[in-house]
Design a protein around this ligand. Structure first.
Ligand SMILES: C[S@@+](CC[C@H](N)C(=O)[O-])C[C@H]1O[C@@H](n2cnc3c(N)ncnc32)[C@H](O)[C@@H]1O
Length: 258
């Protein structure tokens, strides 16, 4: 089996019930709300924006984003995920979110987007597919558009602690092919393709806590406030859990592949 087949097999199983139940818990919902607000703030997406989400899963972040933008389109390899996302959109009466099955690396339909987002997606791509992503994103972005990604950092303290304290749990929630990414290396792939890219650190302990204690919303909120403070301290910031890349086509720069 190749990476895509393994990803598909793992996620079909994950989205056959466990993910839906887990993502509906209060701390995970609070995390998703924070993520959606953060995406809006870092991309500048607004009421007239079209947003494309690569590897959207069951679309729970995208359905929250839909309230802030003109249109959200999600694409995911997993038919079970796309089915759930469509059902949830219909049940919540959200008409400006559409979801499609497919390989996000090959996404081409639907015109150009003001923002392309990839939430916990890039670290699932094989190295060769990851290296190709900036060029593909560029073809999907409207002029002045922005790319946003969120992925686990190779330098994260929570990963080092988790591997010692909960090795089995860590393995259970990871596919065979995913790996933590180096923040600067990831931004560098975009810079090499002609983007202006910067790295932001998203969190320290709050998202891992939401995963471990999904019913404890008050705990998540307190951890989030603590993160906002810790991430301002340089040393903690570097060991944060998940990092963001925010990338725009540099003015006057040719983009690789154009
Ligand atoms: C860790 S999950 C993240 C899902 C969602 N963004 C979220 O935040 O819950 C990674 C997702 O990427 C999808 N995926 C992996 N490789 C893909 C590819 N090449 N094209 C589209 N989706 C892919 C998987 O099916 C899975 O839903």
């Amino acid at each position: 089996m190749g990476v895509l087949e393994r990803e598909l097999a793992y996620h079909e199983k994950l989205y056959s019930g466990f993910a839906q139940a887990h993502f509906a818990r209060p701390a995970v919902r609070a995390l998703r709300r924070h993520m959606a607000a953060r995406i809006v703030s870092l991309t500048g997406a607004g009421a007239r924006s079209r947003v494309l989400s690569l590897g959207c899963g069951i679309g729970d972040t995208e359905l929250l984003l839909a309230a802030h933008v003109a249109e959200v389109v999600g694409i995911d390899l997993s038919p079970a995920a796309v089915r759930q996302a469509r059902e949830d959109a219909a049940r919540q009466g959200i008409a400006n979110a559409r979801f499609f099955e497919g390989d996000a690396g090959e996404a081409s339909a639907g015109g150009r987007f003001d923002a392309v987002v990839a939430v916990f997606f890039l670290h699932h791509l094989a190295d060769a597919a990851l290296a190709e992503i900036p060029r593909k994103v560029q073809k999907l972005l409207a002029p002045g558009g922005v790319f946003y990604s969120l992925d686990p950092s190779r330098r994260r303290l929570s990963g080092a602690v988790g591997r010692v304290l909960f090795p089995r749990l860590m393995k259970r929630y990871q596919t065979e092919d995913e790996r933590e990414l180096d923040p600067e290396f990831t931004a560098g792939i975009f810079r090499a393709a002609g983007f202006e890219a910067r790295v932001e650190m998203y969190d320290f302990g709050s998202s891992p806590l939401a995963g471990l204690a999904p019913g404890w919303q008050a705990g998540y909120r307190a951890a989030r406030r603590m993160d906002d403070w810790l991430l301002r301290v340089g040393a903690f910031g570097r060991r944060g859990s998940n990092f963001e890349v925010v990338a725009r086509a540099a003015r006057g720069q040719p983009i690789a592949g154009d």
